[in-house]
Design a protein. Structure first.
Length: 200
C-alpha cells in the first residue's frame, strides 16, 4: 500500500532509495509512510509520517523543536543556491540541493536561517502558491542579511509536490531575482484582489 501511494505521487524506485522512505510495525504508524531526515553527520534528526488514507491526523511527526534541525542537511552544499520548500514531500520533485521548512514559517532564530546567513548561501524560495505575501516577507528577511534571493513561480500548481521533476526544473530556470519592488507589487495585488472579492 505504501509503494502504491508513493508511486501515485510520481515517485520511482530511485526516489524511494534517495529519500530512504520506510514503514514501521508500530501501531501508531499503521498505514503510514515515513520520510526520515539526517543531519550533516548522517544521524537521524527528524521524521515525517504521512497517512495513506484520509485521516484527522494526516501527519505524525517527531516531537522535537523544528527550529533546531535542518531537514536532510546531509544533502546540502551551503556554497550553492539552496531551494527551500514548505513540506518534505515537495523535496522529491526538487533539485538535489534543497530543504524544507516543515511548515510555513521561518524565523531568524532557526538553525536553517542562521546557517544560510553564516554561509552567505543564495536562496531559491519555492513556497506554496496560496500565500504570495509569505514568500515576499521571507525574501525581505534574507535580503536584509545580504542573501541573494530568487523566487519560483508555481503557475497552475498549488505546491512543488504537484509538479513533475521536469516541470520543477523548468520553473527553477525561469525563477526571478527578488527585489523590494516585488514586495510592493504583491501587496498592491493582494489589496486589489480582496477589494474585488468584496464587490462580488
Amino acid at each position: 500500500a505504501s509503494l502504491r501511494y508513493l508511486k501515485s505521487r510520481g515517485l520511482d524506485s530511485n526516489d524511494l532509495w534517495k529519500f530512504k522512505f520506510c514503514v514501521s510495525s508500530e501501531s501508531r504508524f499503521f498505514r503510514r509512510v515515513i520520510m526520515p531526515s539526517f543531519d550533516s553527520e548522517g544521524s537521524l534528526n527528524y521524521y515525517v509520517s504521512r497517512s495513506l488514507d484520509e485521516s484527522k491526523f494526516k501527519y505524525i511527526n517527531a516531537k522535537i523543536d523544528k527550529t533546531k534541525i535542518i531537514f536532510n542537511e546531509i544533502n546540502i552544499d551551503w556554497s550553492q543556491e539552496l531551494t527551500i520548500t514548505e513540506g518534505p514531500f515537495d523535496l522529491t520533485k526538487c533539485n538535489k540541493n534543497s530543504t524544507c521548512l516543515l511548515g510555513s514559517e521561518i524565523s531568524e532564530a532557526s538553525l536553517l536561517f542562521q546557517k544560510i546567513v553564516i554561509n552567505k548561501t543564495p536562496v531559491l524560495l519555492a513556497l506554496d502558491s496560496d500565500m504570495p505575501e509569505k514568500s515576499q516577507y521571507f525574501a525581505r528577511m534574507f535580503s536584509q542579511y545580504d542573501i541573494h534571493v530568487r523566487c519560483l513561480t508555481l503557475g497552475r500548481f498549488k505546491d512543488v509536490g504537484e509538479m513533475s521533476s521536469e516541470e520543477f526544473e523548468k520553473a527553477r530556470q525561469q525563477s526571478y531575482v527578488w527585489n523590494r519592488n516585488d514586495l510592493i507589487r504583491t501587496r498592491i495585488s493582494t489589496v486589489l484582489s480582496k477589494s474585488c472579492s468584496n464587490l462580488v
